[in-house]
Design a binder for this molecule. Structure first.
Ligand SMILES: Cc1ncc(C[n+]2csc(CCOP(=O)(O)OP(=O)(O)O)c2C)c(N)n1
Length: 546
C-alpha cells in the first residue's frame, strides 16, 4: 500500500466524510487515493473557501473538518480559514502537499516552509518525513484538534513520501474522558456565590459545546442568575428564557451594560478572551470573577479570577448543580428584568413598516420568523454581524454561527455550504455584507455543483460598512471604504441559481420566505440603509451619558 492510500485509510478511520480542498501537482497521489474511498472530496474555487468550510463543519459537528491544499500558494491561501478555526476554537485538520523531501531544505519552485508558517495558527503540526510515522501523525492531528479546547492542526505530505510503500494499520481513536472538576474549587465557587448580591453569567463559546448548555440551563433555573452571552456563546440558554440578557452587544455601551455594571460577581462559562476583551466589562478591575473553562485563565490584568474551575465545562456545571440541589441558593430573579425588557423593546423597535428603507435589524426580524429554533444562521463579519449579535434572538446552541475570535470576513458563504452538509435537515441562511460576499462569492459555483441548498443574503450598502461606521464615529469622516458592485442578482443568476432583489416590504417578506423555505441555493440582495448604525451609536452614547 502507498502512503497516500494509508493516509486515506487513516482519515476513514477518523470517520472523515468530506475533504474540502483544491488539487495541485504535489497532492496528486493523495487525490487518486481518495478516488475510491468513502470520503467525498469537494473541490473548491479557493483554498480559503475550503478552510472556512472545514472550520464551520468542525464547529457544528465537533468532529474535525478537513481541508486540503497543495504546497506554496495553495498553503498560503489556506491560512485565513485555519487561523479562524484556531482562534474560534473549531476542530480542523489541514493537509498540505509538499515537494519531494529531497528538496525541502533549499530554495526551489513553490517551496516555502509551510510547517513553520502554520505553527502560530495551529495547536500542533508536522511534516510526514517517514512512512511509518503516518498513522501516529494522523491520529495525533485529530486527537489534538478535537480535544477541548478544540482548534486547528496541520500535517504536510511530501510527494515522494506519498508514493512510498507502507503496510500499517491506522490507530483506533479511543474515547478519552474529559477532566473532572476539583471539588475544592467547586466549593469555593459556591461559597463566593453565596456571598454575592448580584451575580451574572457571561457564557462564551465553550458554553455551547458538548453538554454545557444543558447543564447551564439547569444551573440558571436553580439559581435565577441572569446570562449574557458573547456572540459565539449565543444559544447557551434560550433567549426566550426570562434570565437571558441576550448578548454583550456593542462593546462597553449597550443596554446590557447596566446589568454588568450592577453585578458584583461574574461567573464566566467557557469564555474566550480572544472574543471579548475583559476591559470592556471589568474596566475598574473590581468584579469578583469565577472562571469555569477547560483551560486555565489567560494572564490578563483585567481578568484575575478569585477561583478557576479548570475542567470539562459541563462536568463543572453538573457538579455545581449537584450541590445546588441540596443547598439551594437562589438569587433575586427580578433585578435584571427591566434591563431585559429594555433590550427586548429595543430589538422590537427595529421591525420594518411599509415605506421604511431596509435595515439589517429590520430584515433580521423577518429571517427569524422564517426559521424554527434549530435552523442555522451564519453571519459574516461587518456591521451586520453587530446586528446579528445584539438583535437576533437564539434558542438553541449552535443555531447562530459567528466568527468572533479571528473575526474574518469571507466565512459565511462557504460556511453556509458546510453547515448544510453537516446538518442537511436544517434550513441554513448565510448573511453577509457586499464586502464579505465578494471575498468568497466564487464558492457559489462549488455549492451549485455539489447540489447544496441554502440561502445567501447580501446586505448591500456599497461600502465596507463597519469600517465606515467606526471611522465616522472616531473622526467624522471615512476613507478607503466605498465600493462599487456588480449587479448581484445578475451575478448570482449567471451561476445558474435563482436570485431576488426586493424593492418594497411586501417583496422583501415574500422573497425571503420563498428563498428560505425552498431550501434551494439562492441569493437575496437587500439594499440597506446604514443610517441605522449611526443612530445606534448616538442612542447608546445618550444612554451611557456621554
Ligand atoms: C479578511 C478580513 N479583512 C478585513 C477585515 C476588517 N473588516 C472588518 S469589517 C469590514 C467591513 C465589512 O464590510 P462588508 O462585508 O460590506 O459588511 P458591512 O460592514 O457593510 O456589514 C472590514 C474590512 C476583516 N475583519 N477580515
Amino acid at each position: 500500500m502507498k502512503v497516500s492510500d494509508l493516509v486515506v485509510r487513516c482519515l476513514e478511520n477518523e470517520d472523515v466524510k468530506y475533504i474540502f480542498g483544491l488539487p495541485g501537482e504535489e497532492n496528486e497521489d493523495l487525490l487518486f487515493s481518495l478516488e475510491n474511498s468513502s470520503i467525498k472530496f469537494i473541490a473548491t474555487r479557493h483554498e480559503s473557501g475550503a478552510a472556512f468550510m472545514a472550520d464551520v463543519y468542525g464547529r457544528l459537528t465537533g468532529k474535525a473538518g478537513v481541508c486540503l491544499s497543495t504546497l506554496g500558494p495553495g498553503a498560503t491561501n489556506l491560512l485565513t480559514g485555519v487561523a479562524d478555526a484556531h482562534l474560534d476554537k473549531a476542530p480542523l485538520v489541514a493537509i498540505t502537499g509538499q515537494g519531494s523531501s529531497s528538496r525541502i531544505h533549499k530554495e526551489g519552485h513553490q517551496n516555502i516552509d509551510v510547517v513553520n508558517m502554520f505553527k502560530p495558527i495551529t495547536k500542533w503540526n508536522t511534516s510526514i518525513r517517514n512512512p511509518k510515522a503516518t498513522i501516529e501523525v494522523i491520529r495525533k492531528a485529530f486527537k489534538l484538534a478535537e480535544t477541548e479546547k478544540p482548534g486547528a492542526t496541520h500535517f504536510e505530505l511530501p510527494e515522494d513520501i506519498a508514493k512510498m510503500d507502507c503496510l500499517l494499520e491506522p490507530i483506533k481513536p479511543l474515547r478519552v474522558r474529559r477532566a473532572s472538576p476539583d471539588y475544592k474549587a467547586i466549593q469555593t465557587a459556591i461559597n463566593l456565590l453565596k456571598r454575592a448580591n448580584k451575580p451574572l453569567i457571561i457564557a462564551g463559546n465553550g458554553a455551547i459545546r458538548k453538554l454545557a448548555s444543558k447543564h447551564l440551563r439547569q444551573f440558571v433555573n436553580y439559581t435565577g442568575i441572569p446570562v449574557v452571552s458573547t456572540f459565539m456563546g449565543k444559544g447557551a440558554i434560550s433567549d426566550k428564557d426570562e434570565h437571558s440578557l441576550i448578548t454583550v452587544g456593542l462593546q462597553a455601551r449597550d443596554y446590557v451594560f447596566s446589568a454588568i455594571n450592577e453585578a458584583d460577581l461574574i461567573l464566566t462559562i467557557g469564555y474566550d478572551i480572544a472574543e471579548y476583551a475583559p476591559e470592556y466589562w471589568n474596566p475598574d478591575k473590581d468584579k469578583k470573577i469565577v472562571h469555569v473553562d477547560f483551560l486555565p485563565a489567560e494572564v490578563y490584568d483585567y481578568y484575575q479570577p478569585a477561583v478557576e474551575i479548570v475542567a470539562d465545562v459541563s462536568g463543572a456545571l453538573w457538579a455545581m448543580n449537584e450541590i445546588l440541589k441540596k443547598e439551594q441558593i437562589s438569587f433575586n430573579r427580578e433585578w435584571f428584568k427591566p434591563i431585559r425588557q429594555k433590550i427586548i423593546d429595543d430589538i422590537n423597535s427595529y421591525k420594518l413598516k411599509d415605506g421604511d428603507e431596509f435595515t439589517v435589524p429590520g430584515v433580521l426580524h423577518i429571517i427569524r420568523e422564517s426559521m424554527v429554533p434549530g435552523d442555522i444562521l451564519i453571519s459574516d463579519v461587518g456591521s451586520h454581524k453587530m446586528w446579528v449579535g445584539r438583535n437576533y434572538p437564539v434558542y438553541e446552541p449552535n443555531s447562530v454561527l459567528i466568527s468572533n475570535g479571528l473575526a474574518s470576513m469571507g466565512i459565511a458563504l462557504p460556511g453556509g455550504l458546510a453547515a448544510k452538509l453537516a446538518l442537511p435537515h436544517k434550513k441554513v441562511v448565510a448573511v453577509m455584507g457586499d464586502g464579505g460576499f465578494m471575498m468568497n462569492s466564487q464558492e457559489i459555483e462549488t455549492a451549485r455543483r455539489i447540489g447544496v441548498g441554502y440561502t445567501i443574503i447580501v446586505f448591500n450598502d456599497n461600502d465596507y460598512g463597519l469600517i465606515s461606521w467606526k471611522q465616522k464615529s472616531h473622526t467624522g469622516k471615512t476613507f478607503g471604504t466605498h465600493l462599487s458592485n456588480p449587479d448581484f442578482k445578475m451575478y448570482a443568476e449567471s451561476f445558474g441559481i435563482p436570485a431576488y432583489k426586493p424593492k418594497n416590504l411586501k417583496e422583501l417578506r415574500d422573497n425571503l420566505t420563498e428563498a428560505i423555505d425552498s431550501q434551494k441555493l439562492c441569493l437575496v440582495e437587500i439594499p440597506i440603509q446604514p443610517k441605522v448604525n449611526y443612530e445606534l451609536t448616538r442612542k447608546l452614547e445618550q444612554n451611557s451619558g456621554e
